[in-house]
Design a protein around this ligand. Structure first.
Ligand SMILES: *Cc1c(COP(=O)(O)O)cnc(C)c1O
Length: 420
């Protein structure tokens, strides 16, 4: 043990990993450099000034700040327009507004990437919920990924050709907490092209959660009509306190804005009686913060592979989201991993995470998180359902150094199993 309380063995293992990862880290540093420039250009081209950070009240008609924030997002993501609001409560709310804004009774949405993220299932009506799209007479169909890996483009295009009710095709970029492949930008680009060949007017909506700034391009750069995501993930840069964004084609944003506020009110009505500084500054920091998370995820994969565990994605795989999963041999190992991550949290480090029956989930869930912003998952966190195979999902981290400490704490916890 050294004076940090981390075993020499663990420190050696992690330092060895870092040396081997130097080249790969450079690849991601290059992406971050590119994205930082993209975001800087968006600030410059929109002439962001201090007055754009001020608060507003009431209807918010005099609120120049919110519209400036919209423009900065739109520019950075290569879009005509955007709606970025602290009043959007979460990523799920974002996606729900998009779907209700864009779809009408009789329409069908087609999900091209298998079963969507848990919380969206109630919006759609896959899981029973009051006020779901299903209740409003909006149909749903889904095409599963082939072997949890590939988009089944032939099936998607044949469904599009045969069903004229399909108004919207939905993609989920990140794997979320599913054991499937993340859909990268090149793959999306190919799929979008095939889809638009069949029906130019069909709307392509991408759940971009966890994906922003991981690659040089966003889905909107390669043909998506609309993207949406949470501000307590990547684009908030760890300091946006809440909110969501939606960006894309103006005619889609107009429909969505009328759903966000009320028909006819659009984007103009909406005030925020606190300053917007954190939303602008967070977006400016986002490419760098995402780089921290990505480097941390790669280090975690590498260190755990070296320690004999299975990482997904593998340390050296290309990436399009923040999620890193590690497969453990037993429930005990899984729990100890989460304890190690919790121990390294700046907030609530003294708390010991335990599996619990979370409402809406069929298995017990264990969560390790000690974030400055409640539930923020651009901050370092891990969670796992207690079921076979024992897979923990980790994501985020505001500094690489912090993630590295979490990895070392958790590896130390793990060492007790080696000699058992
Ligand atoms: C986080 C996330 C969402 C939305 O989740 P919220 O907790 O409502 O912000 C949707 N899809 C994916 C893939 C996500 O990772």
């Amino acid at each position: 043990m050294n004076d940090l309380g981390i075993s020499k063995e663990t420190i050696n293992l992690v330092e060895e990993c870092e040396e081997e990862l130097e080249e790969l880290f450079k690849v991601h540093e290059d992406i971050a450099q590119y994205n930082q420039h993209k975001v800087l250009q968006a600030f410059r081209n929109n002439e962001v000034a201090l007055r754009h950070f001020s608060a507003s009240s009431g209807y918010g008609y005099e609120d120049e700040s919110k519209l400036k924030l919209d423009s900065v997002y739109a520019s950075a993501f290569g879009c005509e327009d955007a709606i970025v609001r602290p009043q959007i409560v979460s990523g799920t709310h974002c996606l729900s507004i998009c779907l209700f804004g864009l779809l009408r009774p009789g329409d069908t949405m087609l999900c091209a990437t298998g079963t969507p993220y848990d919380t969206i299932q109630k919006t759609i009506g896959i899981k029973e919920a009051k006020g779901s799209l299903k209740e409003w007479g909006i149909g749903y169909s889904q095409v599963d990924l082939i072997d949890n890996e590939e988009i089944d483009i032939r099936k998607i295009t044949s469904m599009l050709a045969n069903d004229t009710d399909i108004r919207l095709v939905y993609f989920q970029r990140s794997r979320g907490y599913a054991n499937r492949k993340t859909i990268d930008i090149d793959t999306m680009a190919r799929a979008f092209k095939e889809i638009k060949k069949i029906n130019e007017d069909v709307i392509i909506l991408v759940d971009n959660c966890y994906g922003e700034f991981v690659e040089k391009k966003e889905p909107t750069d390669v043909g998506a009509d609309i993207i949406a995501g949470s501000l307590i993930k990547n684009p908030g840069g760890g300091i946006a306190p809440t909110g969501g964004y939606i960006a894309g084609r103006k005619k889609c944003i107009d429909l969505i804005a009328d759903r966000f506020s009320a028909p006819g009110l659009g984007k103009e009505t909406c005030s925020y009686n606190a300053v917007y500084t954190n939303f602008f500054q967070g977006f400016f920091l986002a490419p760098h913060i995402v780089l921290q998370s990505i480097k941390g995820a790669i280090l975690m994969a590498k260190a755990y592979e070296k320690a004999g565990y299975k990482a997904r994605p593998r340390a050296t795989a290309s990436r399009s989201d923040l999620i890193q999963s590690i497969e453990f041999n037993t429930e005990e190992e899984l729990i100890e991993f989460c304890k190690g991550i919790q121990k390294a949290a700046p907030v609530d480090s003294f708390v010991i995470p335990e599996p619990w029956d979370m409402p809406g989930y069929s298995d017990k869930i264990i969560m390790a998180s000690g974030s400055f912003i409640q539930g923020s998952s651009i901050e370092f966190s891990a969670d796992a359902p207690i079921k076979k195979p024992y897979i923990a999902f980790a994501q985020g981290g505001l500094t690489y150094e912090h993630i590295k400490l979490g990895i070392m704490y958790s590896l130390d916890e793990m060492s007790k199993f080696k000699n058992a």
